[in-house]
Design a protein around this ligand. Sequence first.
Ligand SMILES: NC(=O)c1ccc[n+]([C@@H]2O[C@H](COP(=O)([O-])OP(=O)(O)OC[C@H]3O[C@@H](n4cnc5c(N)ncnc54)[C@H](OP(=O)(O)O)[C@@H]3O)[C@@H](O)[C@H]2O)c1
Length: 235
Amino acid sequence: MNVLITGATSGIGERLAKQYAEQGQSVIACGRNTHKLSALSEQFSNIETLSFDLTRYDDIPQIDAELDLLVLNAGDCEYIDDALHFDASKFERVIKINLIAIGYALEKWLHRIKPGGRLVLVSSSAGLLPLPRAEAYGASKAALTYLAKTLSIQLKKHDIHVSVVLPGFVDTPLTQKNTFAMPMLISTDEAASQIIKGIEKQKTEISFPSRFIIVMKLLRLLPFSVWQKLATRMT
Ligand SMILES: NC(=O)c1ccc[n+]([C@@H]2O[C@H](COP(=O)([O-])OP(=O)(O)OC[C@H]3O[C@@H](n4cnc5c(N)ncnc54)[C@H](OP(=O)(O)O)[C@@H]3O)[C@@H](O)[C@H]2O)c1
């Protein structure tokens, strides 16, 4: 199986690339960190690497390989600490890597997915609920989940199956910056295994850990005024 993974130099994407390589799949690992990419290709003869910035459309390479699986996982999180003095450039940075860059990658690579192949977009459970300080990150991920679900309708007739991944908290460099409690934090190993299992089962939504997702989805059922009061207390 030919698998292309973005954000393969760290966290969830790196574990996914290694787990697929350990299974014997041919992996194209993407990222900007050339040291991490070299280490991956030295460790696994079935990993080739591509280094570029996904937010720069012209830098994204065309690929010749036909893909069985395209995993758009690269992303970043920055919080809006002062909503009153809104930081538009921070907002733009987050929306650009988490959403606009997905559009770039889809234009460049979607047509390389074979009929019967799969597209996986790594979104976040943060898009399920309006969370304090997540004006940029949550908005980008809510939009990404919408994009994935609409693509899953549109691409069905082309025999391309789409999955959206909604992780809870996973222990990666992205969350290691957080100073708040992260309930039900899981390892990258666990997250990558859940994603691979979900893809094998052709799940449209791959969300985990299940207890965390149930709580988020129950909170979503609350009237917004009640959630607004609870969330205000979290700030
Ligand atoms: N960790 C969590 O709890 C959690 C929860 C929900 C969703 N997610 C989502 O899971 C995905 C992976 O997150 P992670 O926690 O594994 O984060 P991470 O360890 O910080 O890894 C992020 C990856 O994205 C790549 N990346 C970032 N900006 C890029 C750019 N401009 N161009 C190319 N590559 C770029 C990074 O590569 P380079 O550094 O080499 O550029 C890195 O490989 C993200 O979409 C994140 O939103 C994570």
